[in-house]
Design a protein around this ligand. Structure first.
Ligand code: ASP
Ligand code: MG
Length: 413
């Protein structure tokens, strides 16, 4: 049996007809080596935003079902164009939408979760020698309505398909050479990592490393599907392998420094300090599938307390409205939202066996006179919320301070 490879190409990689033709050539080369191929595509670069902007010209308050109808079209276009490009160079190929791929999701429009993939048709088409060009980012709910998997969701489509079809490899082609120690646009000394573990990648993705969507990494971890992330523009580049263990021989304590400027902080002020209040606040949020990150509850004063949490700024309008409603129900004083914050974090599997990383991080930030507004930790991550204006300074200081800027680790971009 030949090897089955799932390849995913992001928006930049299919951003123009020239690039789509180049992807087709690349696909044909992989196929000529004997592999069966499923090629998952994103919408052409900027297309999803363009579609969304058109809807926003009409109203900011769109029905999420209709947003899915609108946005899923972007991936259909690139899938069809790539298939046409493959045909033009003599490669048998067929494009499939989420529905045709059997991609079944829950009903949460614009951020649906995959429930099940019925891969029967895809497998049959593969056995008939087609390259499958899959429209990423989309599925269907129980009623057969189109759903989408959240921004960046084509990564998740790719990994889920790789798992469902029993692929030997999942390759994600993007516009960067792999996963970096920090965002090279913010930290000029950032280096490409050869390997990161699922856990590290999960933390990095949840901290705003936009190279892979977080759900995709969760999926890959749950099903132990290694992912290779590499540039679609460079041939024979190794990229970064994301798998169970960080494969670096000498594991650094900190593998990466992250900065997420697209975070906001919502505070529910003066809520009664009673059992069940936090449950009310967070179960309301949970129903919307909005992912909450740091949570702080202040010490009670006169039986009243403040609950603050951070979340993606993109969801902050919806969450603030929801919190205003919940706030009334629980008789809180008011609800406020602060978008002038950033979250800086250090991540590393090596932290499991090293203590003192938090202390070192706080020292480095203190030296730069940066005040910490919130702190949270996990087994392999420490995050601080700071004022947005210090984000660049903080990340560069941490990158230097934890030795990631020296010549010993990784490749320079
Ligand atoms: N086109 C969608 C987006 O821009 C999905 C993706 O690119 O993965 O978010
Ligand atoms: Mg993407």
């Amino acid at each position: 049996m030949s090897k089955l490879i799932v390849q995913k190409f992001g928006g930049t990689s299919v951003g123009s007809i020239e690039r789509i033709k180049a992807v087709a050539e690349k696909t044909l080369r992989a196929r000529n080596k004997g592999a069966d191929l499923v090629v998952v595509v994103s919408a052409m670069g900027g297309e999803t935003d363009r579609l969304l902007d058109m809807a926003k010209e009409i109203t900011e308050h769109m029905d999420r079902r209709e947003v899915d109808m609108l946005l899923s079209s972007g991936e259909r276009i690139s899938a069809a164009l790539l298939t046409i490009a493959l045909h033009a160079i003599g490669c048998p190929a067929i494009s499939l939408t989420g529905r045709q791929l059997g991609m079944k999701t829950d009903g949460s429009h614009t951020r649906a979760r995959i429930k099940e993939i019925d891969g029967a048709r895809t497998k049959k088409l593969l056995s008939e020698n087609h390259v499958i060009v899959a429209a990423g980012f989309q599925g269907i709910n129980e009623q057969g309505d189109v759903t989408t998997l959240g921004r960046g969701g084509s990564d998740t489509s790719a990994v889920a398909l790789a798992v469902a079809l029993g692929a030997d490899q999942c390759e994600i082609y993007t516009d960067v050479a792999g996963v970096y120690t920090a965002d090279p646009r913010i930290v000029p000394k950032a280096k490409k990592l050869n390997s990161v573990s699922f856990d590290e990648m999960l933390e990095m993705a949840s901290l705003g490393a936009s190279v892979l969507q977080i759900r995709c990494v969760e999926f890959a971890k749950n099903f132990n599907m290694p992912i290779v992330v590499r540039s679609s523009f460079r041939e024979n580049d190794e990229g970064t392998i994301v798998c169970r263990e960080n494969l670096n021989m000498e594991q650094p304590v900190v593998s990466g420094v992250m900065c997420d400027k697209k975070q906001s902080k919502i505070t529910v002020k003066g809520a009664p300090d009673n059992p069940g209040i936090a449950a009310k606040v967070f179960s309301a949020l949970n129903e919307t599938n909005i992912s909450i990150d740091m949570i702080i509850q202040n010490m009670s004063d006169d039986g009243l307390t403040d609950i603050s949490f951070t979340l993606p700024t993109a969801d902050s309008l919806e969450a603030t409205k929801l919190m205003e409603k919940v706030g009334k129900e629980i008789h809180a004083n008011n609800v406020s939202c602060d978008s002038d914050i950033s979250k800086v974090s250090v991540v590393g599997a090596g932290m499991r066996s090293h203590s003192g990383v938090a202390a070192k991080m706080f020292e480095i930030l203190a030296k730069e006179h940066i005040n910490l507004l919130m702190i949270s930790t996990s087994e392999i991550r420490i995050s601080c919320v700071i004022e947005k204006k210090y984000a660049e300074l903080a990340v560069n200081a941490l990158h230097d301070g934890f030795g990631l800027s020296s010549d010993s680790s990784g490749d320079t971009p």
